[in-house]
Design a protein around this ligand. Structure first.
Ligand code: FE2
Length: 263
């Protein structure tokens, strides 16, 4: 199993350099989360089903305990996501956010990932699947926590904030103990090759899902730039230059919230 765990760690390090994360800026954090969050809803919900189905299918009692523990740890986190969506967009999640064209890449990736639950023929592969999902989550929540820390009202968010990250990190303490157990799991070279192929397929799915989310950030930025240009064009040519006061930045930040709500 050691080789597989090392492979997951290497893939995780590459995923941390995904262009989506490079695109995140600290200047308008909440607006950025509001832009991509509804587009990842399908995955947040599917993730819960993957953990549930995967655990159901594990036969080995020791491995089932590990699968159950992972599922228990993440139970209810989708409710935090739904609460955050309501705060970010001013309303509940819509069906079009789940099934609209803008979410197609999220759905495609989610279907590919759920297919792994049915494809696995060995309990050890099911544990590998859980570990891959966790590895991407740790990168993602680490980055969104940095974003939400940049704003005062971050405490309002749960799924995307440090609140979630700390809970995920607390899981890691258990996982360190569990890792010893995982390392002792024997795997034939054939099974190891299957596990590595699974990890690679899962990361391909995440790569395309996050490219889709990055597109949302691009579109958002283009829209904002066009709006700024239109505002500048409409402003009188000979107006006096405005002196930016500290209070202006506060106004800008509350403007951002109303923009996010209009999504
Ligand atoms: Fe979680």
């Amino acid at each position: 199993m050691k080789v597989v765990l090392e492979h997951i760690a290497a893939k995780q390090a590459t995923f941390a350099k995904h262009p989506f994360f490079a695109e995140l800026r600290l200047d308008r954090p909440i607006e950025q989360i509001a832009a991509f969050a509804p587009r990842m809803a399908f995955w947040v919900m599917t993730f819960q089903d993957i953990l549930r189905l995967n655990e159901q299918m594990v036969q080995d009692p020791n491995l089932k305990r590990i699968a159950r523990h992972h599922r228990d740890e993440d139970t209810g986190h989708e409710r935090w996501f739904l609460e955050d969506i309501a705060k970010l967009t001013g309303g509940p999640l819509t069906v079009s956010a789940l099934y609209g064209r803008a979410s197609a890449s999220t759905r495609d990736a989610a279907y590919q990932l759920i297919s792994e639950v049915y494809r696995a023929t060995d309990d050890r592969l099911r544990i590998v699947l859980v570990l891959v999902l966790e590895s991407t989550g740790h990168v993602f929540f680490g980055r969104t926590a940095v974003l939400t820390n940049a704003v005062q009202n971050a405490a309002k968010l749960k799924y995307f904030s440090e609140y979630h990250l700390h809970i995920e990190e607390a899981h890691e303490m258990f996982e360190t103990k569990m890792e010893e157990q995982l390392l002792s799991i024997g795997m034939s070279p054939e099974l190891e090759a299957q596990a590595i192929a699974l990890v690679d397929r899962a990361y391909v799915s995440f790569d395309s899902m996050f490219h889709g989310l990055r597109d949302e950030l691009y579109q958002r930025r283009d829209k904002e730039a066009a709006q700024r240009q239109a505002e500048q064009a409409a402003a009188p040519a000979a107006s006096t230059p405005t002196v930016v006061k500290p209070s202006d930045s506060k106004e800008k930040s509350s403007e951002g919230w109303s923009e996010a709500i209009a999504l």
